[in-house]
Design a protein around this ligand. Sequence first.
Ligand SMILES: *[C@@H]1O[C@H](CO)[C@@H](O)[C@H](O)[C@H]1NC(C)=O
Ligand SMILES: *[C@@H]1O[C@H](CO)[C@@H](O)[C@H](O)[C@H]1NC(C)=O
Length: 157
Amino acid sequence: MKTFTSSVILLASLATASPMRHANRRSAGPYDITNFSASKVHLSGYCNYAFDVSAPGLSAPAHCTAYLDAGFSGATWLAYVYEGAGNCDNAAVTWTFYQPTTEGSGATFNVTVNGVKGTYAVPAGDITVSLNSEPNPFDNDVAYTGPKAFQITDFEA
Ligand SMILES: *[C@@H]1O[C@H](CO)[C@@H](O)[C@H](O)[C@H]1NC(C)=O
Ligand SMILES: *[C@@H]1O[C@H](CO)[C@@H](O)[C@H](O)[C@H]1NC(C)=O
């Protein structure tokens, strides 16, 4: 009798959980990111970003880029791509990228398609810092070295 009751409760909760999960997937994503690259130019503070994004609602992948200053050539972080600083060849897409300047921080990469914002947490281990010359604080390289393709599945409600 006890077993029967808990199965009924389990089935009831599954029945209520599934429609919600489907509703979320219909309204957003996933967004497929390919060819993602981000790196600081050697002996410069400027960072280059480029990626392609495919998403429901886009008839073709959008190509996005940015070229922004991280502050100085010795930066150990990637430049902040604030809202409006990144470019895409499709006006329906905007994006931001933020890595705190604290050493060993991961980054947040947000992509908005038709007003729906997806968030991706870039693990700290996917950003590689090279202190090329220990006595020279102005000669550091920083680059994204994680997977070039990944999915954004986390969407703002
Ligand atoms: C982008 O990524 C796709 C799939 O990974 C690859 O086939 C293509 O050559 C890449 N394009 C560029 C411009 O790197
Ligand atoms: C990305 O979106 C999240 C959730 O809205 C927000 O907390 C974060 O500040 C955003 N990051 C950037 C770089 O815009």
